[in-house]
Design a protein around this ligand. Structure first.
Ligand code: AMP
Ligand code: MG
Length: 434
């Protein structure tokens, strides 16, 4: 048996990032930038208000309450040339261009609008004050606004360029694009993105016993579950799954499915036919077509594993047992597919988090690291806790489906209740750890 790290580095050494391509922004989620992105635009493009309220001269609010004449209204998107003079205010909506002359905005919540019909006395009562100053007479001939508190210069103003300045590098080459990145790219008008190609990953099952139709099983038959879980894992990791179907246990069938896969895909995941006792069909064909290494890895589940390049295409020979194939994907295939997608070496995973075990986690010494299915949840104190799930057989897929993590238990390790254990989270996109 070889250590997992040896198998992982054996695989990664042979992996190259896929060719570069330019994709529309809307197709870029999860793809990795090949070039840093420099903004040609200033964001925000113009100085604007962060709130709904009134743009004014802060100097006019030194003594409050004060009434100001409402001379205009500016909405987001308006392009009005307005100047705010002494004792004037402009009603302004969030995102609207700041008018000249104004140096602050007061939130609408801290004002009261007086219609021409309103009496000045009502405003005085409202603010419990007798010191309202008006610019002209006591007659309300136009809209006025009562300002109840002093504002400081710059209040609620978003300055042009305070998010992004023109010429600034907004995203570095090598960034895997997350939803926020897509928003940033859109905000600077970058609608075409230079990335590595998204890997197309073929998934094939092997075995005469496998059924994938809604028919009654004959004795000896089982249903093909691996293709479904593996295609799901491929999709979830942000790659494109290509369903290659089932190759039966004969050389011709395996050869034709593989040949198709090599032509159509950037990588191939095959499950079954890699353990010691297996008939040699998968092995024979892969040996004929490419350079494979057959490994026994010191882990449980997922001990048997094969990897090699077939006509330059990485082929992963995952174990047939349903849980093993998924664990093998997490530990060996996913990091390699990320490398093909252009992820940095320190962003390949698998990543672990630390959680408090509720159970004893250990195993009789067998030279292997065990990946134990656990359910992770938050305790009332907010810490992460894991509970072991019963049914750890490598065929017991139902418990794998129940699990949301794999606790990593080295051969000589005994985790007692209350101890901290490393856990590989499942069903979570963990990029961003690095
Ligand atoms: P193998 O290594 O091909 O002998 O497979 C090991 C175990 O996994 C056997 O019990 C197979 O029946 C089972 N198996 C192989 N492929 C699949 C599959 N696609 N779906 C479910 N079980 C499978
Ligand atoms: Mg088989």
């Amino acid at each position: 048996m070889i250590p997992l790290s040896e198998a992982q580095s054996y695989v990664l050494k042979q992996i190259e990032p896929l060719p570069r391509t330019v994709v529309p922004l809307k197709n870029a989620l999860g793809l990795v930038l090949t070039e840093s992105v420099v903004s040609t635009e200033t964001i925000p493009p113009f100085t604007n208000t962060a709130v709904d309220g009134y743009a004014l001269r802060s100097i006019d609010t030194v003594n409050t309450p004060v009434t100001l004449n409402v001379v205009e209204t500016i909405s987001a998107g308006d392009d009005k040339n307005i100047n705010v003079g002494p004792n004037e205010a402009v009603r302004i909506m969030t995102g609207a261009v700041m008018p000249a002359g104004a140096d602050a905005v007061i939130m609408v919540e801290n004002t009261r609008l007086l219609k021409p019909a309103d009496s000045l006395e009502s405003a005085l009562t409202e603010f419990n004050s007798t010191t309202i100053s008006t610019s002209t007479s006591n007659q309300l001939d136009l809209e006025r606004v009562v300002i109840s508190r002093t504002v400081q210069p710059g209040d609620h103003i978003r300055h042009a360029g305070d998010d992004i300045s023109a010429g600034q590098i907004v995203l570095q080459a090598g960034t895997p694009l997350q939803p926020g990145h897509l928003g940033v790219l859109a905000s600077i008008g970058c609608y075409q993105v230079a990335t590595y190609r998204r890997p197309r990953v073929g998934v094939m099952s092997t075995g005469d016993e496998l059924v994938d139709e809604p028919i009654r099983l004959q004795r000896g038959q089982i249903r093909d579950s691996n293709r479904n879980s593996l295609l799901g894992l491929v999709d979830q990791a942000g790659f494109i799954g290509v369903d290659l179907g089932i190759a039966r246990d004969n050389e011709d069938d395996i050869k034709s499915v593989l040949q198709y896969a090599i032509n159509e895909c950037d990588a191939v995941l095959s499950s079954g036919g890699v353990s010691m006792g297996d008939y040699d069909y998968v092995k024979t064909v892969l040996e004929q077509l490419g350079e494979m290494r057959w490994m026994q890895i010191a882990i449980k589940p997922a001990k048997p594993f094969a990897f090699g390049l077939v006509q330059g295409i990485p082929v992963f020979g995952l174990p047939g047992n349903p849980v093993s194939s998924m664990v093998s994907f997490e530990l060996l295939a996913k990091p390699a597919l990320r490398a093909m997608a252009g992820y940095d070496a320190d962003a390949l995973g698998p990543f672990t988090i630390r959680a408090v075990s509720q159970n004893t986690l250990s195993h009789p010494r067998d030279g292997k690291t065990h990946y134990i299915r656990v359910f992770t949840k938050h305790s009332e104190q907010g810490t992460l806790q894991v509970a072991r799930i019963d049914g750890q057989g490598s065929h017991q897929l139902a418990t794998m489906a129940q699990a949301n993590g794999l606790a990593v238990v080295q051969d000589n390790l005994v985790i007692n209740p209350g101890d901290v254990v490393d856990v590989i989270p499942l069903n979570v996109f963990m990029n961003g750890f690095t």
